[in-house]
Design a protein. Structure first.
Length: 134
């Protein structure tokens, strides 16, 4: 079962993007269709769309943005909360984060960000689709 449709259903641009880098609270996007999305930095780090992270997620069937599971009985390793050191815009279509764990391979396109929007409305939609596929 593919976890994520590779062709985005909603090719939509943001009307405004706010990155709260100093406050560390994440990013807010208001889309041209009026929808608003809020992403925490931890969510975005766990949703990194690069081939490396995507591969790791696929292996354990983790959804983008879902935190990695700690194996039963294993001690959780201490990890500093994910925070970008810097954020740059890539052309007109994406954001690129340079994370505090030195990872910067993920290009977060608007289409991808909209696809993984964690709000109740959107994630509810994704879940009902998963149910339908079963
Ligand atoms: Zn990555
Ligand atoms: Zn949403």
């Amino acid at each position: 079962m593919p976890l994520l449709d590779p062709t985005p259903r909603l090719a939509i641009d943001p009307k405004s993007v706010q990155v709260h880098l100093t406050a560390g609270t994440g990013i807010d996007i208001e889309w041209k269709d009026g929808h608003r999305s809020h992403y925490t930095f931890q969510f975005l780090r766990d949703a990194c769309p690069c081939a490396l992270c995507d591969d790791e997620r696929t292996k354990v069937r983790r959804m983008p943005g879902e935190p990695p599971q700690v194996a039963p009985g294993a001690l959780p390793m201490f990890k500093a909360a994910a925070k970008p050191v810097s954020v740059e815009q890539v052309g007109k279509y994406a954001l690129r984060f340079h994370w505090n764990d030195n990872h910067d391979l993920g290009i977060y396109s608007w289409a991808y960000l909209r696809e993984v929007c964690p709000c109740g409305e959107c994630s509810g939609m994704q879940k009902s689709e998963v149910r339908r596929q079963k």
